[in-house]
Design a protein around this ligand. Sequence first.
Ligand SMILES: Cc1cc2nc3c(=O)[nH]c(=O)nc-3n(C[C@H](O)[C@H](O)[C@H](O)COP(=O)(O)OP(=O)(O)OC[C@H]3O[C@@H](n4cnc5c(N)ncnc54)[C@H](O)[C@@H]3O)c2cc1C
Length: 407
Amino acid sequence: MTAPVRSDILEDLDQFRSDVRSWLEQNCPESQRQPMTPDQQYWGGRRGSFPSDDARLWFERMRDRGWIAPEWPEAYGGGGLSPQQAKIVAEEMKGINARKPLLGLGLWMLGPALLEYGNEEQKQQHLRAIVNGELRWCQGYSEPGSGSDLASLQCKAEDMGDHFLVNGSKIWTTKADECDWIFCLVRTDPDAKKQKGISFLLIDMDDPGISTSPIELISGESEFCQTFFDNVKVPKENLVGELNKGWSVAKALLVHERKLMSEIGSDSPRQILTPNEAARQYLEFKDGKIADAELRGRITDYDMRMQAVALTHFRTFEEKINKVRSPAPLIMKYVGTEAEKTKSELLLAILGSRGVGWEGEGFTEAELDTTRLWAMSYAMTIAGGTSEVQLNVVAKNVLELPQHKES
Ligand SMILES: Cc1cc2nc3c(=O)[nH]c(=O)nc-3n(C[C@H](O)[C@H](O)[C@H](O)COP(=O)(O)OP(=O)(O)OC[C@H]3O[C@@H](n4cnc5c(N)ncnc54)[C@H](O)[C@@H]3O)c2cc1C
């Protein structure tokens, strides 16, 4: 049971909401209240550029207000807000369709992990730089042969006294060729059992010995790279947490990654139709109902499921505020990304032949986006831990089912 919230706190939050609303009204440029296409996003970094003057203005105002990272401490460039206040900022931004002024793995994943595991020097060096959009980060977890079984990773870092010497490679490193730094899992004790010999390192992509090679996708695009480390010298102070205890940092970071992905549907960067909107636009109606009974049933089923997902998100938030330990967050990556996949499948079924375009003329932007996001929805059930692996996590940690023992 969650504790009741005191009425004076609720009144403060009401006042806060009204302040946030009027600040956003005055400071969010009209052009930044539109759905965002990929070329309108700002990811920061040494090579990053603002897509427009308004995007820069919006970013600068949010940065100065501390709302790029509302919950981070003010000492590191954050807003120092409580989770309830940060939620209000997010809700009010969503209410006016305000764009996210800065995107990035530094903001979403590394920053929260550094707040928990980084030392003071690391927090000072990296957190404000992330909030200021100075550096763009990528994630060096997966390796050829070590994806789901991440703890089997082989990229090694040898202790050379005053530095580590890193050799090996990482794969599926999203946008490695556009990033400035990489947070990396490396093997520092080859003799220890799997998880026990792993450390968490921060590496400057400009260091000698690092190279990236793009991996071309079926779409012709290439957002992934293989990243190679050839005798890369990494200063000792770039070790986060303790030597050989990087697995704890890795898992904490994955919690943030999975939470982000679980909310992907409710936070879509592009304007795509909801199944109900698409139905009104593309389907025949009879007696006030969708004529196709099968699609009608699927849409109703989807609506009910999404209400349950929204309520569970709300529940996990309330549990976090009230410091109630609950296994609910563990199911959310699976639930959120599978729901998004179901939505995309449903949209394609509703769009029929209008949902098979990829590029070119003859289709609206919304139709092309729907098809592309359908493909992306499958990728989201893989990235950050596949759905099958998430189900294993649920079986073990939520349902506490007996585990298969390796002989
Ligand atoms: C869009 C996207 C972005 C990504 N970005 C990054 C990134 O920036 N950095 C990074 O390090 N990685 C990244 N990845 C890689 C991602 O983390 C891996 O793809 C993922 O962990 C799965 O690993 P794998 O591809 O090696 O598949 P495998 O582990 O080889 O799995 C293959 C299949 O076997 C199943 N399987 C494996 N083990 C089990 C098991 N024990 N029980 C049941 N089924 C199992 C899987 O579910 C899957 O269906 C990204 C992936 C995607 C799709």
